[in-house]
Design a protein around this ligand. Structure first.
Ligand code: HEM
Length: 128
């Protein structure tokens, strides 16, 4: 179980780092975003993230409906995906893409805090 959680948490960190980097490249109009490996690698990391998440659910014998914090994390994941697409898909003004990128990073940090506190309040709990 611990090794599966290590894979899950490592892919969470790698996914964040990759999204952060691609956002910077978007903001500075870098040609790096055109590279094939830059387009493919995030899908690979996100697949590992989701497969390890499914594996954890199986090992722990949990349903996503068992824990409020888990359901929150998954619901917010959809918001993150939407903001991430807005940020990285070409075509929209950079102010919008940059704002979506910043919001997506905050949402991601919130998701990590929800996982760590095992509470839907996430980092708000640390502030109280
Ligand atoms: C379909 C999506 C996901 C599912 C079903 C899922 C499920 C899980 C499960 C079952 C655990 C183990 C909890 C425990 O051992 O008590 C876990 C841990 C964790 N998850 Fe996810 N996860 C998902 C996505 C994410 C995402 C997107 C993030 C980050 C943004 C994330 C961050 C974490 C972290 C940091 C932990 C470790 C918490 C700890 O140290 O106890 N997860 N996840």
């Amino acid at each position: 179980m611990e090794w599966l959680k290590t894979i899950h948490v490592s892919s969470v960190a790698l996914s964040f780092f990759g999204f952060f980097l691609r956002g910077i490249w978007m903001l500075v109009d870098s040609q790096m975003l055109q590279k094939k490996w830059v387009k493919i690698l995030p899908h690979f990391i996100d697949a590992i993230l989701l497969i390890s998440a499914t594996g954890l659910l199986y090992v722990l014998q949990w349903s996503i409906f068992d824990k409020n914090w888990l359901l929150t994390k998954i619901a917010v994941l959809f918001i993150y995906i939407g903001l991430g697409m807005l940020a990285l898909k070409p075509g929209r003004p950079k102010a919008i893409r940059g704002s979506a990128w910043g919001a997506a990073l905050l949402v991601y940090i919130y998701m990590v805090s929800v996982a760590l506190t095992k509470s839907s309040y996430g980092f708000i709990e640390w502030l109280l």
